[in-house]
Design a binder for this molecule. Structure first.
Ligand SMILES: [Zn+2]
Length: 251
């Protein structure tokens, strides 16, 4: 049930059954010229809306903004920072804890939110609740090697197409350019760099690493709606299965 789209009396009765509250959390940020700025919240929001059809999920409105400090130099990106995100999410879990909801699932679409979500998970646990966080893009990679991907590459672009094909324009795709730190220290991913046989983490401004705003193993120009639909179907199935067992956890 969507908490805000039914008569309040029905929502109140539903909350008494102590459902699992589910919330989509994302960002508004650049993902390459071809993908929508809302990629990171549009996708989790779709997942939560699909799962809200279950009779044990209380779907909350999404949080579209996140921590985008490293990527904020790309036009269109909106950064609210980690501390604000923590404050908002802790206020949401506190409000619902007060009304008897103890279990939460955060469906996350943005890597920059992870530190905030970890903090809120622990804060909520200390108040008697419990939070499960699912980073959908990492989950997808584990479900099938075909679903591998990075920031604004084939994975996210395909899923954005599956949610709303008109939000993507593949003719805008630009090539992958990575500005390595040096000849010896090269970017493997956004802040993960290789040096000799090991890796080192160096966090830099995103635009100076990848001027076209996307990075990943697979070019977004090969994105398809069909791939996105398969990823969404499997991710939604997995989270549905997880809900069945999360319900049984005592808290
Ligand atoms: Zn993203």
């Amino acid at each position: 049930m969507k908490i805000s789209n039914v008569p309040a009396k029905d929502a109140v009765e539903f909350i008494k059954k102590e459902p699992i509250a589910m919330i989509a959390i994302g960002s508004v940020e650049y993902h390459g010229a071809q993908a929508p700025l809302g990629t990171d919240y549009i996708i989790p929001d779709y997942i939560v809306k699909e799962l809200s059809k279950r009779d044990d999920i209380l779907a909350l409105p999404p949080i579209p903004y996140g921590n985008c400090q490293s990527i904020k130099d790309f036009p269109g990106t909106i950064n609210i920072g980690t501390e604000n995100l923590i404050r908002v999410l802790n206020s949401i879990t506190e409000s619902l804890l007060k009304h008897g909801v103890k279990k939460f699932i955060f469906v996350n679409g943005h890597g920059g939110n992870i530190a905030a979500l970890d903090q809120v998970g622990l804060d909520t646990y200390e108040k008697g609740g419990i939070v499960a966080t699912i980073d959908w893009w990492n989950l997808a990679k584990l479900l099938s090697p075909d679903y591998d991907g990075g920031h604004g590459d084939i994975q996210e672009t395909s899923v954005a197409m599956a949610v709303d094909e008109s939000s993507v324009n593949l003719s805008y795709c630009e090539p992958l350019i990575i500005n390595d730190l040096s000849e010896e220290i090269k970017n493997k991913y956004i802040s993960l760099l290789t040096y000799k046989n090991g890796t080192v983490k160096i966090v830099r401004d995103f635009k100076s690493v990848v001027p076209h705003g996307w990075i990943g193993p697979y070019d977004p120009k090969n994105s398809t709606k069909e791939l996105g639909e398969r990823i969404l179907k499997d991710v939604i199935q997995y989270i549905g299965d997880f809900v069945e067992d999360f319900k049984k956890v005592q808290r």
